[in-house]
Design a protein around this ligand. Sequence first.
Ligand code: COI
Length: 350
Amino acid sequence: MSYNISITKTQSSKLDQLDFDNIPLGTSFTDHMFICEYKDGQWQNPRIEPLRPIPTHPAAMALHYGQAIFEGMKAYKNAEGTPLLFRPEHNASRLNKSAERMGMPTVPEELFVDGLKELVALDHAWIPPQQGSALYLRPFMYATEAFIGMRAATSYNFVIMASPSGPYFSKHIRLWAEKQFIRAAEGGTGEAKAAGNYAAAIRPTELAKAKGYDQVLWLDAAEHKYIQEVGTMNIFFKINGNFITPELDGSVLHGITRLSVIELLKSMGYQVIERKITIDEIREASRNGTLEEAFGTGTAVGIAYIKEIGLENETIHVSEESPVAVEVNDTLNAIKIGKIDDRFSWMTEV
Ligand code: COI
């Protein structure tokens, strides 16, 4: 089924107010948004409109019971100026996995991808041409029904907005291995991209930053021993020439950058093992000199290189240099802007 998306264009574009050389992530928004409503058991009236505040009833269930999920992805431009999306069907399926976990309706993949394409086509002039810049896309869904009580809402909005973002210059970051607070417990919502997961991470992240660290390294809820994620990213370690990353056990986000990095590393001849990893194992590898690199992967940042991990009263040293991670990052970025062959067929033209 192809969706008939109606389009109302803005009369007053804000594009001329954008300084393309200085766009911090998440601070500017394009002229339009995609929106459709779920009611009576189906998605209705998909359309693109000028970006505007959306009226919200004070009893909207998203505000009280947290039925709110989102996605993060980016659009790029190739040398010919054609907008490109990175693996959008994976974002559609992850949104729907999140929706199922949170008792929300799923969005047909075609509606998700058509909505993205129409919005990116209309606001393509907002895709920053500078190397390393992109148009961050934020599809999200939240419960709109006005109701006080514990059950799934019967009405929702699905919205896509777009926000140009400048290049992220990655310095090597320091992590704080968190043993007081947890991000996700077995059987919880860890693998869902649910707003509440991010809310619960805000205070521990502030505390880690106050101690001089950049991000939290999340450990498992039961034993504070197994590594899950870093900040809002997945994590990889290079030990003795091989890469390891925590397995997707229900508490780890199914990162699309994570998946792509695994595929890329394998194509470069590396072994990539998805399994449980303890913080003690990483400390031991650092001590015996086999811990070669560590890095986080996520949409917003791409790849964030890790130089050390604070753990209670000690510091686990990783590395000030991450040559393989840098190569992976450069290759990924080159594929995304069509500079090298898209040998994995990851890119979708708009
Ligand atoms: C992303 O990497 O896209 C995220 O969703 C993280 C967000 C906090 C910017």
